[in-house]
Design a protein. Structure first.
Lengths: 126, 170
């Protein structure tokens, strides 16, 4: 299965009022409140980001295994070993995710796969 | 029947009249007209039904392109098959030479024909795996033999495509 790398967690630096004011009276002789920077992990859910589209090939008992492997090599530029792995996944599991990413490119891949008479669909990643 | 690469052609020699006739039937067999199951298989939707807008656009813009693509392939194959319509004796073995640059058209037309025949007859997985069934019997048996024979040819062409390197001596 080929998936786009997951969006990595980003770290954001925020400033916020610290829970307890820092007493700086020893320096100036008066009490002041100092803002203390804290680092928080961005916890935005992945669902909020632009979800990738999946290019899925479904099993078809008529298409030859060697033909399907050749098509995967041609359309996705995969080396033979990777193309064969996907072909076998389609054969044994009924489907394989060949690619994921932007919708326009996924549509183009599905169109190419249909041009080679493979059963291919486009689905939004969940 | 013998298949080999000869310069810039794939040569299928020792074709007996029966196999030559099956080859002549490739373009007609690849036509899904009148068989809704075959039509649905060749022009399957691009999504599992959830993307209705995408499916509608696909039918409007992509499907006509696919029809043209498939038709061009079968027309190329039909033109190559005219070699089999020579004036030799009816029962003599024939030789068919497929230009190298037509290999993709042949792969496509053979695949179209196999998918259309299989959809028309709704062959089971077990039937499709039965490579030794005699073509003599029913029309269904003959069609299954046709699917397997076209598959064998596809394999041979794929092997030649795979082995072929520009400028490689025969």
């Amino acid at each position: 299965m080929s998936r786009m790398p997951r969006q990595g967690c980003t770290w954001v630096v925020q400033t916020r009022q610290s829970e307890g004011p820092i007493d700086a009276s020893s320096e100036k002789g008066g009490a002041t409140t100092v803002e203390q920077p804290t680092i928080e992990k961005d916890t935005r859910a992945e669902e909020n980001l632009d979800l990738p589209w999946l290019v899925i090939v479904h099993n078809d008992p008529v298409n030859l295994m060697s033909y399907v492997t050749m098509v995967f090599q041609r359309v996705f530029g995969y080396p033979r070993e990777k193309a064969e792995r996907h072909m076998l996944e389609v054969h044994h599991k009924g489907r394989s995710i060949l690619w994921s990413g932007m919708r326009e490119r996924a549509e183009l891949y599905v169109q190419q796969l249909h041009g080679y008479l493979l059963l291919a669909t486009l689905e939004k990643a969940i | 029947m013998e298949i080999r690469r000869c310069h810039d052609k794939i040569e299928i020699s020792e074709l007996d009249p029966f196999l030559a006739e099956l080859l002549r039937q490739i373009p007609a067999s690849a036509d899904p007209k009148g068989a809704s199951a075959a039509e649905q298989r060749l022009f399957s939707p691009p999504s599992n039904g959830t993307e209705t807008e995408l499916c509608a656009e696909w039918k409007l813009y992509v499907e006509p392109e696919l029809r043209r693509l498939f038709q061009t392939a079968t027309q190329t194959v039909a033109a190559d098959l005219e070699q089999l319509n020579g004036s030799e004796k009816t029962f003599a073995n024939r030789t068919l030479r497929i230009p190298w640059k037509h290999a993709d058209a042949w792969l496509s037309a053979l695949n179209q024909a196999r998918l259309v025949i299989a959809a028309k007859y709704n062959f089971s997985d077990a039937e499709l795996s039965d490579h030794f069934r005699s073509p003599i019997g029913s029309r269904r048996d003959l069609s299954l033999f046709q699917v397997n024979f076209y598959g064998f040819l596809q394999e041979c062409i794929l092997r030649e495509v795979d082995d072929w390197k520009p400028g490689r001596p025969d």
